[in-house]
Write a new protein. Structure first.
Lengths: 301, 258
């Protein structure tokens, strides 16, 4: 559904995308993860043919981009990072106006509207104005708008950023229905739980390069010890110096917390019993641990 | 680098989108657009006109009506592509949404330009209706030729205004364009008084300004004679508007699609 090879983009002296290769199969949900400024949004804009690449080839739904970007975009629905719904229009009118950009007639769009409103859970808000919608409703409408022309593939740029947990779950529910219906999804996110939940495969992008690629579970198993004990409290420095090296397979200190990665958590917890001033949190390792291991913990502002 | 615009009929949905919004606010929008030039024209035309025997061989109100046709259509197109287009491009991000569909920036800007032409037509027709109502014309059939002139003026100033839109960081920026371009044109291009009253230097500048060409076309048509040098005036308005559109397209591409 999507084939990318050797994709590069530079702005002046800054290489934002440095040789990306990707393949997304039909019906797959593919996650593109990375810290801020990793090149996620630029990559999506390149894939849509909105920006010309400096090198590399893109084939989207079998169509070469950017040479035939217009034809390719007929088959793609886009949910952008920032809401850009039309504030002058009602919910229904937003869908009507947007469908026209795909060459649909008013009758064709009107026939799709009830189904789209239903999908977005906005049937009761059809004639509401955009300012009357909550953040979650706006996102759902943006998602419905991206589906107006029944695309084969969907691009979502951080679809749940800024939403409360209830609203995020509703979006995920919607996306799962789309995946079940056979749509191909490419999604960028910096929420690891989102990627773990939705993506069949994902790639972690850092400084314009793909650092690692694979299924979420497989990445966790191959890149990180099975469990993490986060340790903090009085006397941590001494414990780190004297004990961490012997009981943890691997450890790192971030701020005032020691992250102890291990295959044998009970052994670590046993050792901690001799240091009652220390508090700890024991949990299975997750995608975020992989992400932080591979992209580092420094802020990317 | 400026590459030639690629035009297609896909601009129509952009125009339709703006029309759908305008329909909701049509009454206040029409009043806002038209009341101002109309009041100037009637107030100055009768008030000042009663003190003047005749201006340029006609009553002052007739003289002013012809000028008003040109400058109100200039304003209608200019306001549309400055403030309204800027809202759509920068504030509401409507253009970003459109560009994610199979649309190009060429389509979006052309749709905006033709929409500005439509607003100019509306504004011009309203002034024309007043001219007809008050019988300020020489030959009714010739006044019909004002309609395409008005569209041309909208095209010219729509294209020029889109350049400002592409360059602008915020709404405040447009004030420069008004004080440095639009207001001088209103004063130098024969809207309120004949250009021949100006010193030679200003007359020479005036000859290059697009609004002068608009006035040179509109005034004879109101009075009931055929304008001189029609191809020159039409050519100048088309050239300003076309060049504006092409430059605006390249600047806006740099702004949005980098």
């Amino acid at each position: 559904m999507l084939k990318v090879a050797g994709l590069c983009k530079r702005y002046g002296d800054t290489e934002v995308v440095r040789g990306i290769d990707l393949r997304v199969r039909r019906g797959e949900c593919f996650g593109l993860l990375g810290p801020n400024g990793a090149g996620k949004t630029t990559t999506l804009r390149l894939l849509l043919g909105l920006v010309e690449p400096d090198a590399g080839t893109i084939e989207l739904a079998g169509i070469p981009v950017p040479a035939h970007a217009r034809e390719a975009r007929m088959k793609v629905g886009v949910v952008p990072q920032m809401d850009n719904l039309d504030p002058d229009f009602s919910v229904r009118e937003n869908l009507l106006a947007y469908g026209r950009y795909f060459g649909m007639t008013k009758a064709e769009i009107a026939a799709r509207v009830p189904e789209l409103l239903d999908f977005a859970g906005l049937a009761h808000k059809a004639d509401a104005r955009i300012v009357q919608l909550s953040g979650g409703m706006k996102r759902r409408l943006t998602l419905a708008r991206a589906l107006v022309h029944d695309p084969d593939i969907l691009f979502l740029d951080e679809p749940t950023t800024g939403l409360d947990p209830q609203a995020r779950h509703l979006i995920w529910q919607g996306l799962r229905r789309l995946i079940a219906a056979g749509k191909t999804i490419v999604l960028t996110t910096h929420f690891m739980d989102e990627a773990e939940r939705l993506a069949d495969r994902l790639a972690i992008l850092d400084r314009g390069r793909i650092v690692v690629e694979g299924a979420p579970r497989a990445l966790i198993e191959s890149h990180i010890e099975p469990a993490v004990v986060e340790i903090y409290g009085e006397g941590l420095d001494a414990w780190t110096r004297d004990r961490a090296g012997t009981v943890c397979q691997r450890f790192e200190t971030v701020g005032e917390t020691l992250f102890c990665y291990t295959g044998d958590a009970p052994c670590v917890i046993d050792a901690l019993k001799q240091a009652p001033a220390l508090r700890y949190l024991h949990r299975p390792s997750n995608l975020e641990d992989v992400f932080l291991k591979l992209t580092g913990r420094d802020l990317r502002d | 680098m400026i590459r030639l615009p690629r035009l297609s009929w896909r601009f129509v949905p952009v125009w339709q989108r703006n029309y759908m919004v305008w329909k909701k606010l049509a009454i206040p929008s029409i009043l806002g657009n038209l009341a101002d030039p109309m009041l100037y024209m009637l107030g100055l035309g009768y008030g000042l006109g009663s003190l003047l025997p005749e201006v340029g061989g006609m009553s002052y109100i007739t003289f002013l009506a012809a000028g008003t046709v040109a400058y109100s259509t200039m304003n209608a197109a200019t306001f549309e592509v400055l403030y309204s287009s800027f809202s759509r491009m920068h504030v509401q991000r409507t253009w970003d949404a459109i560009l994610n569909a199979p649309m190009t920036l060429d389509d979006v800007l052309f749709g905006e330009l033709i929409w500005a032409v439509s607003k100019s037509l509306l504004s011009g027709l309203a002034i024309l209706a007043v001219i007809w109502g008050l019988g300020l014309y020489g030959n009714f059939w010739l006044t019909l030729a004002i309609i395409p002139v008005v569209a041309l003026v909208g095209f010219c100033f729509g294209g020029l205004g889109l350049v400002m839109n592409a360059l602008s960081p915020s709404y405040d920026f447009f004030l420069y364009y008004f004080t440095l371009a639009i207001t001088p044109m209103v004063l130098l291009c024969g809207v309120f008084f004949p250009v021949s009253q100006l010193p030679p230097l200003l007359q020479a500048i005036s000859a290059w300004l697009p609004l002068t060409h608009a006035v040179e076309l509109a005034r004879p048509l109101v009075v009931g004679t055929l304008p001189d040098a029609v191809p020159l005036h039409i050519g100048a308005l088309l050239a300003y508007g076309g060049a504006g559109y092409a430059v605006a397209l390249s600047l806006t591409r740099r702004r949005l699609l980098k």
